[in-house]
Design a protein around this ligand. Structure first.
Ligand code: GLN
Length: 472
């Protein structure tokens, strides 16, 4: 077995047969991380072998389970008691988590071995991981290029073979876009399916924890291990909130006008056309759908998200968490802590968010965006009464070069055009590798995105596995 390409299911078989132990696997992945050239990890946890030994001891006592002894990496914005967690920011540089996130606690109970924390754009704001306060992660397919973001460390780690799977968080595409750039599967659940308790907040009405994996089946496995109503997150929903799919999926909607827009790289359009033929070969009927408001999702996102960011990040004032400058008067301390602790992209969004919420602009921007959001939600509901899923490319272009877009925030924001709709609508979405395109002598991955109605994740997994089979 090659640990660099093994799926969770492969590792599980090796653990069950006794060919590997949790300790032997952890040692192999730790060695791979040690030799890494992509700078995917911000740190390895200090108790990896202890965790692995505990998993082996559980197996020796007769326990089994699909995740018992499986190593996993965690984006640097999820809390594990006593472990450093910085959200890629200087403001939380020496911060240690006081409790464990619900989703991670569930994984711990399933016997997962957490290897370490992965690099990310500061507070999950970005599409390239270049906004990390610590390091720039490189795309394993071409180290001159970005891995995408903001979960770029998690995506690069899975693609580089440093870990079989990793957790990311997706507010506007931060699991799916880096998955697409790195050639792995990235999945964002229905809003409220997975608890956000212990996930450092970016945009609370948009954030969801999701897995980055080497197969659709592994994404499904991690989703079922982390989902569920949580008394500590009142936005999680119960089993009776949304209906379940009643029949196997048949029809896939294609919003052609949206995809044919200017600015979408011709190689992406070509790859997407091939992906559609594969979906047809897998037995699905393709129908054109028109969702005019979908192209406005990006505008809604860049109003609603910064508004929520400005509110969520108000807590970093030097008093309760992390960095504190040693000024003697309180006001100057607030100002200097935030000046020194936050990077330029975070500050830009704080300004934008404060502006759209300010008296005089609230109605024009924030309220209008929230109204438009309801229109998009209604449009999705209508479309999902006629099709089982919607297909689009995940990104408008393959991975760009490090430094290429960092000076132009708007260029960076356009990266999110296909992914933000699912967050604004609260619906589940998955990115699945759809082949590669050759750019300057390197094979760069591209991704197919599928979206479904709320709580219809199973549709994405079914279609996704069919698509994967056609890509073999
Ligand atoms: N790229 C998007 C942004 O910068 C998405 C971020 C995310 O999903 N966390 O806002």
């Amino acid at each position: 077995m090659n640990i660099k390409t093994a799926t969770i299911k492969d590792l599980q078989t090796a653990l069950e047969s006794g060919a590997e132990t949790a300790v032997s696997l952890a040692e192999k992945y730790l060695a791979a991380i040690e030799a890494d050239t992509t700078d995917s990890f911000l740190g390895v946890y200090d108790d990896v072998l202890q965790q692995a030994k505990a998993a082996d001891a559980r197996r020796e006592k007769g326990e089994s389970g699909p995740l018992l002894g499986i190593p996993l990496a965690v984006k640097d914005n999820m809390l594990i008691t006593g472990k450093p967690v910085s959200a890629g920011s200087k403001i939380l540089e020496d911060y240690k988590a006081p409790y464990t996130a619900t989703a991670l606690k569930k994984l711990q109970e399933s016997g997962v071995v957490f290897l370490g924390r992965t690099n990310m754009d500061e507070f999950a704001m970005g599409s390239s991981t270049e906004h990390s306060a610590y390091q720039v992660t490189k795309n394993p397919h071409d180290e001159a290029r970005v891995p995408g973001g903001s979960s770029g460390g998690s995506a690069a780690a899975v693609a580089a073979g440093l870990v079989p799977a990793a957790l990311g968080s997706d507010t506007g595409g931060s699991v799916r876009q880096p998955a697409s750039f790195c050639g792995v599967v990235g999945f964002k659940p229905t809003y409220g399916a997975v608890s956000r308790y212990g996930l450092i907040a970016m945009g609370s009405s948009l954030d969801q924890i999701g897995p980055l994996t080497r197969s659709v089946a592994d994404a499904e496995l991690l989703f079922s291990a982390t989902r569920g109503q949580d008394p500590l997150d009142s936005t999680t929903y119960g089993s009776d909130t949304y209906s379940e799919p009643t029949a196997a999926p048949k029809k896939i909607g294609v919003p052609r006008a949206f995809i044919d827009a200017d600015g979408v790289d011709p190689v992406v359009k070509e790859n997407f056309a091939i992906a559609l033929t594969k979906l047809e070969r897998a037995g699905y009927e393709l129908v054109d759908v028109q969702i005019d408001i979908l192209s406005e999702a990006l505008a809604m996102y860049y109003i609603i998200m910064p508004a929520e960011v400005s509110s969520n990040l108000a807590r970093y004032d030097g008093v309760t968490y992390g960095l504190r400058t040693d000024d003697t008067d309180l006001f100057t301390q607030y100002v200097h802590t935030r000046r020194d602790g936050f990077g330029p992209e975070v500050k830009r969004r704080l300004l934008l968010g404060t502006y759209v919420l300010s008296t005089g602009y609230y109605d024009a921007y924030y309220r209008t965006a929230v109204r438009a959001r309801r229109v998009l939600e209604a449009a999705f509901t209508k479309v999902f009464s006629t099709v089982d899923a919607i297909a689009t490319p995940t990104t408008p272009a393959p991975a760009f070069k490090i430094g290429e877009k960092s000076a132009d925030p708007l260029e960076m924001y356009i990266q999110d055009i296909f992914t933000v709709g699912a967050n604004i609508g609260g619906i589940p979405a998955i990115s699945i590798p759809s082949g590669t395109t050759e750019v300057e002598g390197k094979e760069l991955p591209l991704g197919l995105q599928l979206m479904a109605d709320k709580n219809h994740e199973s549709i994405l997994f079914t279609i996704g596995k069919g698509f994967e089979n056609e890509c073999l």
